[in-house]
Design a protein around this ligand. Sequence first.
Ligand SMILES: [Zn+2]
Length: 316
Amino acid sequence: MISKKLSSYFPFLAKYFSLYFEDGDKKFPQSIVFEGLDPYAQCFFALELARNLNCLEDAREDCSCLNCRWIRENKHPAINFASQIHFKPQEDETKTVISALQAKAIEKSLRETSDYHRFFIFFDAKSATLSDNQLKSLERYSPELYDICPDKDWSVNHINSKTFNPLTPNILLKSVEEPPERTTFVFLTKNRSDLINTIVSRSQCFRVPSPVQKNDVSNISWVFEKYPNMTLEDAFSLSESLRGYIAENDVDCDFILDSILAYLISELKTASDVNYIQKIRHDIENVSKAKRHLAASMQDKIVFDTLFLKFARGVK
Ligand SMILES: [Zn+2]
């Protein structure tokens, strides 16, 4: 079972991975490369996967089994961060790279058996005060779910060309290639090209979109640029751009309709012109109809085309 939060933040990715949790015989990927703009979203996603694979119960959001609690508190013995700060052997004095010694320590740790599904989550850690953006991203997950960086004095960043000592990836490769059962490596990148190709080619790559919150109109404010004076041409081009946006951002058509609805309702509250108010009311009704069409399995394209043509034609 995949948590509701994960499905609402990342509908398509969550659906993809839930196949592994439903079918116990499907072998979970041994190495995963995440791409995307938000390293915290990626880290959160990796931890949720680890939680689903280790939970002793049904992995629901508020599960309080020992494994879920440990993962939430960042002290699970088998869920490891690997960075310039994490998973450093004592004798390792490097501070700016993930060193060859670390890769060897990981290799050694894999020789011991484990009762858990082990995770090694690789990223670039910087010991620095978090920026506003990083705090915002952390806030989105951390208070409710994970203290990803508890003291807020180091940050999760994408792997870049300087993250690894040049010798590290090749040592690591051996573990990535032939890990013991129930072991997964995760690499957090902006783009897979930031990681050496030999690792990428042995991994499954996924784009983790920056999650959008329900009804967060600011994300798609461009949709309303031409509203309320849309031409028929605007209607078709908007329908097309929105379908592109859906594919890019891992949101569904229903989310877009909800956001449009939220925008129209907020407009209604401030509108004073009688004709404009009438138009908004009419269009709110049109969006509700579009939601019903969608629920009846009508294609996104037809739903959007029909809706925006109605927006363009106005009140008859
Ligand atoms: Zn649990």
